[in-house]
Ligand binder design. Structure first.
Ligand code: GDP
Length: 325
């Protein structure tokens, strides 16, 4: 016997009431690859959309071990103590493979997980960053409809996932450690350019002094980069996520940034740009998928590759033939 399906309207009503069980079930539909689930997910998303968009979205990145979970827990508790509702999501395209460091893992945020004003959801699994990013963006909409006013999106400081997260948040935070030697080593230029602020974590104990030195050096380094579109000069702060130090400063900084961005219109402008980016990204991905999954193309591609090996065609002529099909 088939189980009776929960109607879309029931999902929406419950999500808008802030019902976490329904929110979680809807996210599971979003993450499913089953066509029926996806259809349902899209109906729910469409109905939730008018109630979304009202949050502040904060991206947090940094290499494994820098203290992301510890920071998010401390920062998240600070936010809920101010009466905010916090959702923690993650973008980790490797999460299905690399079981060792699942982002947004609830066991790594023991305090926040029991906070009734916090909702933590690990990264959807998947090997394609595009797929994972789309699911996370849809999950943001559902969380916002459920009344979460602050969305934290965690990602690792390695690879391409920062670009994806940067393109879905209002404020992008890079966590760093004070280290001996050249402070700039190991930071990819691209990631620094994306950051609205750098937080030097673990500024406690013997490390406190080094953190202050690193702050000066990072500040100097940041001046080598062009200012942001809105004129914002990225800030460098120190914190101890473990000892909950510097967390309130970081919140005030972000709060000031958001208030100013809303006043100037930059906040909406950036979100519009991001929507356009994701529209084009989705089209690009879809076109590529349709192309490469077409059986005729698959066959022709194989034969053109063979001809290339035999020097019977050039890459450009082969591409022309394939695209002309
Ligand atoms: P993640 O991999 O970036 O999520 O890092 P974790 O939050 O799991 O932290 C890695 C390790 O660093 C853990 O042992 C934490 O207890 C420790 N840690 C995190 N933040 C701090 C901090 O502010 N000070 C100190 N001393 N240790 C910290």
């Amino acid at each position: 016997k088939r189980r009776k399906q929960t109607p879309t309207s029931e999902y929406v009503t419950q999500i808008l009431k802030g019902n976490i069980t329904f929110l979680s079930k809807a996210i599971t539909l979003v993450e499913s690859t089953n066509a029926k689930h996806q259809k349902k997910a899209n109906e729910i998303l469409e109905a939730c959309l008018p109630y979304a968009n009202k949050s502040v979205r904060i991206g947090i990145t940094g290499v494994p071990g820098v203290g992301k979970s510890t920071f998010i827990e401390s920062f998240g508790k600070h936010l809920t103590s101010l009466g905010k509702k916090v959702a923690v999501l993650a973008v980790d395209p490797s999460s299905s493979v690399n079981k060792g460091s699942i982002l947004g893992d609830k066991t790594r945020m023991e305090q926040l997980v029991t906070d009734e004003n916090a909702f933590i959801r690990p990264s959807p699994s998947g090997t394609s960053l595009g797929g994972v990013a789309q699911k996370t963006r849809e999950t943001i909409i559902l969380c916002e409809a459920a009344g979460f006013d602050t969305i934290i999106i965690e990602t690792v400081g390695v690879g391409q996932s920062e670009t994806a997260v940067h393109s879905m948040v209002d404020f992008f935070l890079l966590l760093k450690l004070a280290g001996a030697g050249d402070e700039l080593q190991g930071i990819k230029r691209g990631i620094i350019e994306m950051a609205d602020a750098i937080v030097i974590n673990k500024a406690d104990g013997d490390n406190a002094k080094n953190a202050k030195i690193a702050k000066v050096e990072f500040n100097r380094a940041l001046h080598l980069y062009p200012p942001k579109e809105n004129g914002w000069v990225p800030k460098v702060l120190v914190a101890s996520a473990l000892q909950h130090k510097g967390i309130d400063n970081i919140f005030s900084m972000i709060d000031t940034y958001i208030t100013d961005a809303k006043k100037s219109g930059f906040f909406n402008e950036k979100r519009n740009q991001q929507n356009k980016y994701w529209l084009l990204e989705t089209i690009n991905q879809q076109l590529k998928d349709n192309f490469y999954n077409n059986p005729d193309i698959k066959n022709l591609l194989d034969s053109e590759i063979k001809k290339l090996k035999e020097s019977k065609t050039t890459p450009f002529n082969a591409a022309k033939r394939l695209l002309g099909k």
